[in-house]
Design a protein around this ligand. Structure first.
Ligand SMILES: Nc1ncnc2c1ncn2[C@@H]1O[C@H](COP(=O)(O)OP(=O)(O)OP(=O)(O)O)[C@@H](O)[C@H]1O
Ligand SMILES: [Mg+2]
Length: 421
């Protein structure tokens, strides 16, 4: 590898180390400086090929900023990017970002001369036959979905031992980036985004898709603030729980939005899992905080299973009771107590957005109160019955008393006058 290739690999390596929070920009700079000083000493000494030249990775390891294992995990990504990946029919232009599982590139689809985003999956999954089958099946099926609030899937393919998922390129930002930059949304803005996503889910659920990973990072916002749900139809190589755990150590990861049934590894995860995750996402959007936090993914997941939710209107008094009720119904731990469909959720979101109470949530709250009454027999009902008002507190009592007093007074006056005559 020549010097300039080496340098671009090093720059990228340093960038990825910082992105993953393994070292700071300053620490990387100091390693680069050390590397330069060694090169300079060697050239002053007239060495053609400096014997003691260390790679940036080696300097970082020697200085104790990263471990060999961490570098080994990052290396394939560096190779992927500097090795000028070739995907037939597409020209890779730039790297857009990376999640826990894959890297996303901006590319030009040559035949149609349009921009697309390509998600390139790690090579290690190519030996998992079940995953490869699901990856193609779900990707092809998703390409048939067509909805303004869904990032369209375009193609799935294989180049060598690499699998890739081509999707509509969204010029914009994710909800996650927005919250990080500007803090929480107003109720109005959050409702608008959530309505868009609920429409996307309604469409996808009716076509038989379950997203399984609804979260702020998977909601893209276009220039005109339309929200689009990304990664629809993207099969995952690992279980939902494993995917959640893969984000360990990252500031905002999947464990913050995962449903209790996905945590438990339920095989029959259905559309209500997406409704739970959208509830968590809405919670994050309006409070600026995830609903349950903890020092590690397991602690967060335990809270999804066992902890009571703090209603959003208790955190921010400007938020309406209706919004808090919607989130509570979305995030019920027992999925039978959630909205049954995204259409029901949509009805409530639209009601609250226009200043009304959420009809579906109210119905569910009433029903749960009725069933609570059913379960608590006898004495509880007596306590719940309205108590008779004490007599002296009734206005009728006072009208009658004053009336009687006036009559008695009149009689006394009449008697006194009679006696006087
Ligand atoms: N269709 C797209 N158009 C433009 N940018 C995109 C698109 N899809 C993804 N990106 C960018 O690529 C980044 C990485 O996306 P990716 O889906 O790999 O990660 P993630 O959603 O953060 O996590 P996960 O892997 O759990 O889904 C996103 O944060 C976004 O900035
Ligand atoms: Mg994503």
């Amino acid at each position: 590898m020549n010097q300039s290739n080496e340098t671009s690999s090093d720059t990228l390596l340093g960038k990825l180390v910082v992105e993953r929070g393994l070292a700071t920009q300053e620490e990387i700079q100091s390693c680069v400086q050390m590397q330069r000083e060694v090169s300079l000493e060697s050239s002053v000494a007239g060495e053609a090929e400096p014997a003691n030249q260390r790679s940036l990775a080696q300097v970082m390891i020697d200085e104790g900023f990263v471990t060999q294992k961490q570098i080994d995990r990052i290396r394939p990504e560096v190779e992927e990017q500097t090795g000028k990946r070739v995907i037939p029919d597409y020209q890779i232009l730039e790297r857009l970002g990376a999640g826990a599982m894959a890297t996303v590139y901006k590319a030009r689809q040559l035949k149609l001369d349009r921009m697309v985003a390509i998600k390139v999956l790690p090579r290690k999954h190519s030996s998992n036959e079940d995953f490869v089958r699901r990856f193609f099946d779900e990707g092809k099926a998703a390409a048939k979905l067509n909805h303004p609030n869904i990032v369209g899937a375009i193609d799935v393919g294989q180049a060598g031992d690499t699998y890739y998922f081509v999707m509509e390129y969204v010029q914009g930002r994710s909800v996650f980036e927005d919250i990080q930059e500007k803090g929480p949304y107003t109720e109005e803005a959050a409702l608008k985004i959530t309505i868009d996503v609920a429409r996307a889910l309604d469409h996808a659920h009716k076509a038989g898709f379950i997203h399984r990973d609804v979260k702020p990072k998977n909601i893209m916002l276009t220039g005109d603030d339309t929200a689009k749900l990304a990664d629809m139809g993207l099969a995952r190589a690992v279980s939902d729980r494993e995917a959640a755990e893969a984000e360990a150590g990252k500031a905002f990861g999947t464990p913050y939005y995962i449903s209790p049934e996905q945590i438990k590894g339920d095989v029959n995860v259905d559309k209500r899992a997406d409704i739970y995750s959208l509830g968590c996402t809405l919670y994050h959007m309006v409070t600026g905080n995830v609903p349950y936090d903890g020092p590690n993914p397991s602690a967060v997941m335990r809270k999804h299973l066992n902890h009571d939710l703090t209603p959003v209107d208790h955190i921010n008094h400007h938020l309406t009771r209706g919004l808090a009720e919607i989130i509570e119904v979305c995030m019920a731990k027992d999925r039978r107590k959630r909205y049954a469909t995204a259409a029901d959720l949509l009805q409530d979101l639209e009601a609250v957005a226009s200043g009304e109470a959420p009809p579906q949530a109210r119905k569910m709250f009433d029903l749960s109160q009725l069933s609570a009454l059913d379960q608590s027999a006898g004495p509880m009902e007596i306590v719940a019955l309205p108590q008779p008002e004490p007599l002296v507190e009734s206005p009728l009592f006072w009208i009658a008393a004053i009336g009687w007093f006036a009559v008695v007074l009149l009689l006394v006056v009449l008697i006194v006058m009679q006696v006087g005559n």
